[in-house]
Design a protein around this ligand. Structure first.
Ligand SMILES: NC(=O)c1ccc[n+]([C@@H]2O[C@H](COP(=O)([O-])OP(=O)(O)OC[C@H]3O[C@@H](n4cnc5c(N)ncnc54)[C@H](OP(=O)(O)O)[C@@H]3O)[C@@H](O)[C@H]2O)c1
Length: 352
């Protein structure tokens, strides 16, 4: 396993983060599969035995069940790992049971600490932008959680790029903690993050942690155009997951399939390696229904894609050149490319 420093911090995390959204009870988010305590104990041990030191959960995952199961599964190993969890989502029926208000975030964090059975959370992330609460209130609350010793580092998830810049400016002005990470969706079939977010994170030295790098399993290659979708998996039919262009996706899958056959590796490893080899990406959060998937995904980093393979994947998955990108393609391509190659060099620092 390889490790990297997370954003502009001294915290080292494994390139593979184990996402435990699948840790659930019979009453939780069972469409993902059912991983109760016994399964979670085994999967967590496999992860730590293979060098994974980074775990991601959230209060809303099966309304707290995922956090409780993770806390128990880690047990004594807790001090050796980095626990990332999230607050913001709705956790009750009350008016203030969601969002970034001081009222809700402090309670959400306290509840997560109890469920995880820990004195501190290594990385506390707000789960998504809250359109109603001033960003100053959110940042001052997160800063207070660090001062109170409840949280070591702060991060965000699912924000627009311009909001990230606002957060950085608030931290400068108020002389308070800065966010060190952004958790965001990014994959070979969804590279939207490259337009604005990756440049902003590189510029501001914010580490990017990728969620759903297999696009819910599509990049494992088991859902193909014109073929029957498998049973017993989380996706039940086309259009069930986040936006997916089947025509373009199939072209990408053909290239992924070809490389996987040439190299004799799983298609999922190609998708995970692709994300990890892109500038600005610190870690990918893998999801796994079972032991086989978990090990297959963890072993991703036992090899690397060559520059030629990266180029083939880049070309087939190129997102549309939306404005102002096409403007600079036409009028200032060389300057822009030079600038982005300089930015990319500020890439995440390797760890131990
Ligand atoms: N911040 C956010 O808003 C947000 C949102 C979503 C997720 N997350 C985080 O990201 C983590 C990962 O998300 P995700 O589970 O959606 O990731 P994903 O990598 O897109 O999908 C994982 C799913 O793909 C299938 N799969 C995984 N490895 C496979 C393999 N080697 N071969 C075949 N199928 C495979 C499994 O489902 P099946 O067996 O059912 O096919 C697995 O549950 C979550 O646990 C959570 O921590 C965060």
């Amino acid at each position: 396993m390889r490790y990297r420093f997370l954003g502009n911090s001294g915290l080292q995390v494994s390139e593979i983060c184990f996402g435990v959204m699948t840790f659930t009870g019979k009453t939780g988010w069972t469409y993902l599969g059912i991983q109760e305590q016994k399964d979670a104990d085994r999967l967590t041990s496999i992860a730590t035995d293979n060098g994974v030191n980074f775990f991601d959960t959230a209060d809303v995952y099966s309304t707290g069940i995922s956090e409780t199961i993770l806390g128990k599964a880690l047990g004594k190993k807790r001090k050796d790992v980095v626990i990332a969890t999230k607050g913001e989502g709705r956790m009750g029926t009350g008016l203030n049971d969601e969002g970034h208000s001081r009222q809700h975030l402090i309670r959400a964090c306290n509840d997560s600490l109890k469920r995880l059975n820990t004195d501190y959370i290594d990385l506390y992330q707000v789960h998504a932008f809250d359109f109603m609460t001033p960003l100053e209130e959110m940042m001052m609350t997160l800063d207070q959680l660090v001062k109170d010793g409840k949280v070591r580092y702060i991060g965000i998830s699912n924000f627009f790029a311009w909001q990230i810049m606002k957060l950085m400016s608030i931290s400068e002005k108020q002389n308070i903690q800065k966010i060190i990470s952004l958790q965001a969706y990014y994959s070979l079939v969804g590279r939207d993050l490259e337009y604005e977010t990756i440049p902003v994170c590189l510029d501001q030295r914010i580490g990017i942690i990728v969620w759903s790098p297999l696009h819910g399993g599509i990049l494992s290659g088991k859902y193909r155009k014109g073929k029957k979708w498998p049973k017993g998996t989380r996706l039940k039919g086309e259009g069930q997951h986040f936006p997916y262009d089947v025509e373009k996706g199939e072209k990408i899958l053909l290239v992924v399939d070809k490389i996987s056959k040439q190299r004799n590796v799983a298609m999922s490893q190609i998708a995970l390696n692709y994300a990890l080899q892109k500038p600005g990406i610190t870690s990918v959060i893998i999801g796994a229904r079972n032991e086989k998937q978990l090990l297959e995904n963890i072993r991703t980093r036992s090899w690397k894609l060559t520059d030629v393979e990266m180029k083939r994947l880049d070309e087939v998955s190129e997102p549309p050149r939306i404005y102002p990108h096409w403007y600079f393609d036409v009028f200032k391509k060389k300057r822009m490319e030079r600038y982005f190659s300089i930015l990319a060099k500020q890439e995440v620092k390797d760890g131990a």
